[in-house]
Design a protein around this ligand. Structure first.
Ligand code: TXD
Length: 319
């Protein structure tokens, strides 16, 4: 049985971390692709040289030519420019839109059957553009943000309550950015909703609001600390979980930026919603009831994603 092939389009901080995690988990052979000469080759060789120590059998290869990704089962896209301090995700739009055009063409030519996970920011607009540029099926092109945002929320809650991160679940809806919508009543500690934990005196409403705001600002907090780039360990781990659910047909329920055609009243846009990922890609979009405050926050988030898509259309009218 042939091994899975995973192509990483972009071999920067997230790309390199992805390659290492995929190796350690033996998820498949890895091709690191980048326009920078030597970076993907160097990272592939460095990680391959760690494989005898950690005992994993995975082939790793670096390339500057799209032909190297031929037949990939999964493509994870991080190509582009990351945020610098003071820069918003939207500032990246113009540069990264051009990158998505090239990446879309490369994947469509060499790996048209792949499951494509886009990470490049501004996420909801870039994954939308990538799907259009590539012309690939909408259920096979998805954006990573919700797994990361909810993981940050889970971590902050576990710290607050002094319980294991394993027992905290969190639910985040909407676009990746300042308008994301963490949902307290669908986030739990061992099944107990946060709203009940407020009633039980575990946390005050105000403190919970602070944690929610920290989650919204989670990306900026890391950018402010690192100063030279954005987060990469947690984003890479989040994308690997999505790739694994696809390759192993696990049907995990994961919040992802998925193409909406009427769900949640949204059309022709990618927005973060709960999905089921299995061998068919995005197999299901789960629609939950929102109360009026949640709906309002969600609508605001959708509006900001719509603004980004509009800005993309101005730059690339073919979209
Ligand atoms: O939740 C999320 N979705 C995110 C998104 C969380 C964190 C970071 N997020 C975004 O991921 C971030 O704003 C960036 O847009 C991407 C990648 O972040 P990373 O930290 O890996 O950026 P790097 O280290 O700068 O790597 C980008 C690489 C770099 O090696 C460039 O040479 C390469 O992309 N690059 C390209 N590769 C292929 N083709 C083209 N055109 C290209 N342009 C740049």
């Amino acid at each position: 049985m042939a091994r899975n092939k995973i192509a990483l389009i972009g071999s920067g901080m997230i790309g390199g971390t992805l390659a290492h995690l995929i190796g350690l988990k033996e998820l498949g052979d890895v091709v690191l692709f980048d326009i920078a000469d030597g970076t993907p080759q160097g990272k592939a060789l460095d990680i391959a040289e760690s494989s005898p120590v950690d005992g994993f059998d995975v082939r790793l290869k670096g390339a500057n030519d799209y032909s190297a990704i031929e037949g990939a089962d999964v493509c994870i896209v991080t190509a582009g420019v990351p945020r610098k301090p003071g820069m918003s995700r939207d500032d990246l739009l113009e540069i990264n839109l051009k990158v998505m055009e090239q990446v879309g063409a490369g994947i469509a030519k060499y790996a048209p059957d792949a499951f494509v996970i886009c990470i490049t920011n501004p996420l909801d607009a870039m994954v939308w553009a990538l799907q259009k540029f590539s012309g690939m099926p909408k259920n096979k092109v998805v954006g990573m943000a919700g797994v990361l945002d909810s993981s940050r929320f889970r971590y902050f809650l576990a710290e607050e309550f002094k319980v294991s991160v394993e027992d905290v679940t969190a639910f985040v809806l909407g676009g990746h950015g300042d308008t994301m919508v963490p949902l307290a009543r669908y986030s739990t500690v061992a099944g107990i909703p946060l709203t009940d934990l407020v009633d039980m005196g575990w946390v005050t409403k105000d403190r919970l609001e602070e944690i929610i705001q920290r989650t919204r600002d989670g990306g900026a907090e890391i950018v402010g600390l690192l100063k030279t780039g954005s987060a990469y360990y947690a984003p890479a781990a989040s994308a690997v979980v999505m790739a694994e659910s696809y390759l192993k047909d696990k049907k995990r329920v994961l919040p992802c930026a998925a193409y909406l055609s009427g769900q949640y009243g949204v059309n022709d846009m990618y927005v973060g919603v709960p999905t089921v990922i299995g061998a068919e890609g995005i197999e299901r979009i789960i629609e939950i009831e929102l109360n009026s405050a949640e709906q309002k926050a969600f609508d605001k988030s959708v509006e900001s994603v719509a603004g980004l898509c509009e800005a993309c259309r101005k730059i690339a009218p073919s979209l």
